[in-house]
Design a protein around this ligand. Structure first.
Ligand code: SF4
Length: 481
């Protein structure tokens, strides 16, 4: 009788993609099923290929888009060179990516292509991301794709070159961490609040060296877009990746998407994907359990995503931390943020509200934001920016009239891209400005030098936009229900 050791989902995918096993001297060589490329981390990688006389090994497993540094200020930008409508500045990285893709035969969703958008939004949207795959991209938030039961790693520039040339990457096998969210979420508590609570619980480095597998009743009840929000920020707790085993929700999302199989091939794919479960008795190196019923809308107060709290709480006192360097980090974060331990965050005035990023710029996120903004106006003195995650999200939002809700509320309605998540394209905070952002990182200067960022859900961001200060979104939802 064969004795098969029960495996977690991660272990199944790891085993299925090993080209050469890890040894004491070398990491494992892992095959990459899908390589997503964008203009920022690929430029140097293509240069390396050119200098070494190498070709892209599997262009059919590679796809490029333009997102990190693209302008969001005008429509119809089909032609190169790309210039910002306001400043006339050229977007050199965007132009370089177009030349590199042409030279190396890599398919490109260029400016003007209605399938273009943020790399972690378009992969799932086009059905490129599928269960059981290994997915890599030169962006930390590649963990997003784990929502489909894929093993998805963010990689550095030198690894981008390696994968382009070999379709493989070197990896040391991570440990496994189960994060189980039991119970149910209350009204006004979203997937973003779940992952901010996970980051607060684990701390910014709490999952270092691990792959997180999310389980539990709350996770099972999430839509695919919500699952992507959760997996997206796994990296913020230090995890190499985050994953959710695929189920009917996954298959329903994928069926009919442009790159999904059809007919018998689809049926065969689903039959295979149904085996991508966590085996009974599988062992995780660690397990963390969070009660979904206990969660409230979350917001960050510091300068990493682990510094998060319930929106109704007071800013924690760094003195509670035993570790000296953690205490000093917390004190420095509060100084940078201009906040004082013990002060409630609710009621703090904000300057800017950013709706966007690969964490929260899908259609369900825009619907959430619009549900609060409908019939209301952005508060005087507040700038609100709505940047869809992709051109398809933008088009869908316009079909539903969400753009009119945002515009009539006084918000800016933009083209898709990373925009103020990373502030590479001119969309940025001014020094000292305080922003509520639906993105994923609140590091010092992330949204512009001297800018201060509070991470929150689209509902909480919309509540801040209309009141002009940090507001528990449930108070506004109750007023409209
Ligand atoms: S939206 Fe932000 S985190 Fe996401 S891909 Fe763009 S820069 Fe990276």
């Amino acid at each position: 009788m064969t004795n098969i050791t029960p495996r977690t989902l991660f272990e199944k995918l790891w085993d299925a993609h090993i080209v050469r096993a890890e040894s004491a001297a070398t990491p494992a060589v892992l095959y990459a099923d899908l390589h997503l490329v964008h203009e920022v981390t690929s430029a140097q990688a293509f240069t390396e290929l050119r200098e070494r006389g190498l070709r892209v090994r599997a262009p059919y497993r590679t796809i490029a888009t333009m997102d990190h540094s693209t302008p969001t200020t005008f429509g119809g930008f089909a032609a190169l060179p790309v210039r910002d409508a306001g400043t006339g500045a050229r977007f050199a990285q965007v132009e370089q990516l177009a030349r590199n893709c042409e030279e190396f035969g890599v398919p490109l969703l260029a400016l003007g292509d209605d399938r273009r958008g943020i790399v972690h939004v378009i992969g799932p949207e086009l059905g490129l991301t599928q269960p059981g795959m290994t997915v890599v991209c030169g962006d930390s938030h590649t963990s997003t794709h784990g929502a489909f039961g894929a093993l998805a790693f963010g990689i550095g520039t030198s690894q981008v070159a390696h994968v382009l040339a070999t379709q493989c990457l070197l990896q040391t096998k991570p440990k496994t961490l189960e994060v189980r969210i039991d119970g149910q979420l209350s009204r006004g508590v979203s997937a973003k609040d779940v992952i901010l609570a996970v980051c607060a619980r684990l701390g910014v480095g709490g999952a270092t060296g691990h792959v997180i597998e999310y389980t539990g009743e709350v996770i099972r009840a999430l839509s695919m877009e919500e699952r992507m929000t959760v997996c997206n920020m796994s990296i913020e707790a230090g995890a190499r990746a985050g994953m959710i085993a695929p189920d009917d929700t996954t298959f329903e999302y994928l069926e009919g998407r442009p790159h999904a199989a059809r007919g018998q091939a689809w049926d065969a794919a689903v039959a295979t994907w149904r085996t991508l479960t966590i085996d009974d008795g599988a062992h995780f190196d660690r397990t963390v359990v969070i009660g979904g019923n206990t969660l409230a809308p979350m917001i960050t107060y510091g300068t990493n995503p682990g510094m998060g709290m319930s929106i109704t709480d007071a800013v924690p006192n760094p003195d509670r931390l035993d570790d000296r360097s953690e205490r000093e980090n917390a004190e420095r974060a509060l100084r940078y943020m201009g906040l004082v331990a013990g002060q409630p965050l609710a009621g703090t005035p904000v300057d800017v509200v950013f709706f966007g990023s690969c964490t929260n710029a899908r259609i369900s996120d825009l619907r959430d934001a619009a549900s609060v903004l409908r019939g209301r106006h952005v508060a005087a003195g507040v700038r609100a920016l709505v940047v869809p995650g992709s051109q398809q999200v933008k088009r869908q939002a316009e079909l539903e009239g969400l753009d009119r809700i945002f515009i009539e509320a006084g918000a800016e309605w933009r083209e898709s891209g990373c925009s103020m998540c990373i502030a590479m394209n001119g969309d940025q905070l001014r020094p000292g400005q305080l922003a509520v952002s639906t993105s994923n990182r609140n590091f010092e200067g992330r949204q512009g030098t001297g800018g201060r960022t509070l991470l929150a859900s689209p509902l909480s961001a919309a509540a801040a936009a209309v009141t002009g200060y940090i507001t528990d979104p449930r108070t506004l939802m109750e007023a409209t229900s």
